[in-house]
Ligand binder design. Structure first.
Ligand code: CMC
Length: 431
């Protein structure tokens, strides 16, 4: 028995059980021995939405939601956002350490040389309607990649897994940019290997007839910061989807598509698009008090506010707010920022939000910057999915290497009908 234990007395039987405590947790399967009869399945926990259940041990990202702390591999997010490029952070997440120059160059080379999409993928994307939602296009196109790289099914081979990571991280900006171009009716712009990860993305979005796209370094830097902030966030809904689907030994493309589907939801990555819609509905600072009153009355939520883990200011929202000023210097101010800042001020002074510890989250300001950069609202969740791809793949890798992991398969508390016999249709009561 380890040093730390807990003793549970079952008041139904009067029996006591001593269970080991490791890393502040008990193993749920240890509860199975707590039974009222020999043939019952034993005690389990009931935890919809995984409010208090750790599904894995992880060494990737640390969050202290009460203090508003976010660290990737031990490094505070603020330091990474200030000093790194997105690709450096991608390396850090995946390998656990910041790269030296040679390792970084080799990593960047491998990513840069997998950015091209097979021409048939272009044809596949061409099949979407002009107004198809970018996230629907994104997740289906990523899923379609699994048919182009069937070797990705060989999950037990580390070299195969590494190659799919290079491909996915490299290709998601190309997919994202092609989606934008498709929706705008513009010809697709191909990747430019001379540019950085974020510079190339801007090139694929905005290049017109010029032979070489000139990247604005301030925009490139702002995009690096935004991508760094979105790269990982431990066991959120989409990462949990990635791990659950991957636990069935599903290939990386199909698993990333599943994670992207989870991200699509308005309570997760879809919130940034919803924030902009909300700010437009509010329309003017003078309408904020009435809007807040309606939220408090149960008419919808204040989008971009609240978080399952952060019960303090989301540190990513603070960094984004600072980056907004840098972007507005180039693009001009997005008028919605004034409504957002005032909305935040009023909400943070309101008893309803104070009591529930509801603060701005990452999505509150990200959409405003993306819009100022010329990116349409429907693309915002794609802008989240692209940098999150490395986070999903890092968790996938960690999960596959973890001998504790099994196929995800929660229990249920069955409350349905007891056993009964079949009744032919002509003898059934009206339903
Ligand atoms: N506006 C108004 N009330 C809220 C909000 C909000 N944004 N968020 C939570 N509440 C209230 C909720 O009504 C409940 O009140 P009561 O106790 O009176 O019933 C209480 O706060 C607790 O809410 P909950 O739904 O139990 O909290 P949760 O941890 O299950 O939900 C959340 C977290 C992010 C889904 C939720 O805060 C929300 O819907 N926020 C708006 C959507 C949003 O901005 N999502 C982006 C999250 S950050 C990006 C990401 O990681 O995906």
């Amino acid at each position: 028995m380890p040093d730390q234990t807990i003793t549970i007395t079952d008041n139904r039987t009067g029996k006591s059980y001593t269970l080991p405590v490791e890393h502040g947790a008990i193993r749920a399967t240890d509860l199975r021995q707590i039974k009222t009869q020999d043939d019952d399945q034993g005690l389990c926990t009931y935890d919809p939405g995984f409010m208090n259940t750790a599904a894995c041990k992880s060494r990737i990202t640390y969050i202290d939601g009460d203090k508003g702390i976010l660290e990737y591999r031990g490094y505070p997010i603020e330091q990474l956002a200030e000093n790194c490029t997105f690709l450096e952070v991608a390396y850090l997440l995946y390998y656990g350490e910041l790269p030296d120059k040679a390792s970084f160059d080799s990593f960047a080379y491998n990513i840069t040389h997998h950015t091209i999409l097979h021409e048939n993928i272009k044809q596949f994307m061409h099949g979407f309607r002009y107004d198809a939602h970018p996230m629907g296009m994104f997740l289906s196109t990523v899923a379609a990649l699994s048919t182009f790289y069937p070797e990705a099914k060989a999950l037990s081979d580390p070299a195969v897994r590494l190659k799919q990571m290079y491909r996915l991280v490299a290709k998601v900006p190309t997919i994202g940019a092609f989606i934008y171009r498709h929706n705008m009716g513009l010809p697709y712009a191909y990747p430019d290997n001379d540019l950085s990860y974020t510079g190339n993305f801007l090139n694929m979005l905005y290049k017109r007839t010029e032979s070489k796209y000139k990247v604005n370094p301030a925009m490139e830097r702002a995009l690096d910061i935004l991508f760094i902030l979105h790269a990982d966030h431990e066991q959120n809904c989409s990462t949990t989807a990635m791990r659950s689907v991957g636990s069935a030994q599903t290939d990386a493309y199909s698993s990333v598509a599943a994670a992207a589907a989870a991200l699509y939801g308005p309570l997760h990555g879809g919130a940034n698009e919803a924030v902009l819609k909300m700010l437009r509905v509010i329309g003017d600072k003078k309408n904020i008090p009435d809007f807040i009153k309606r939220v408090k009355g149960g008419e919808g939520r204040l989008m971009g506010f609240g978080h399952r883990v952060y019960k303090n200011y989301d540190p990513r929202a603070r960094v984004i707010k600072q980056a907004a000023d840098q972007v507005f210097e180039i693009t001009g101010k997005n008028p919605l920022i004034d409504i957002a800042v005032e909305l935040e001020r009023i909400a943070l002074e309101d008893e309803y939000f104070i009591k529930r510890k509801l603060y701005p989250n990452v999505d509150f300001y990200s959409g405003i910057i993306y819009e100022a950069m010329g990116i349409p609202g429907e693309m915002f969740t794609v802008m989240f999915a692209m940098p999150r791809t490395i986070g999903w793949l890092t968790h996938y890798e960690e999960m596959l290497a973890d001998s504790d992991q099994k196929i995800a398969r929660p229990k249920q508390l069955f409350l349905g009908a007891a056993r009964r016999d079949f009744v032919p249709m002509d003898q059934r009561k009206a339903t």
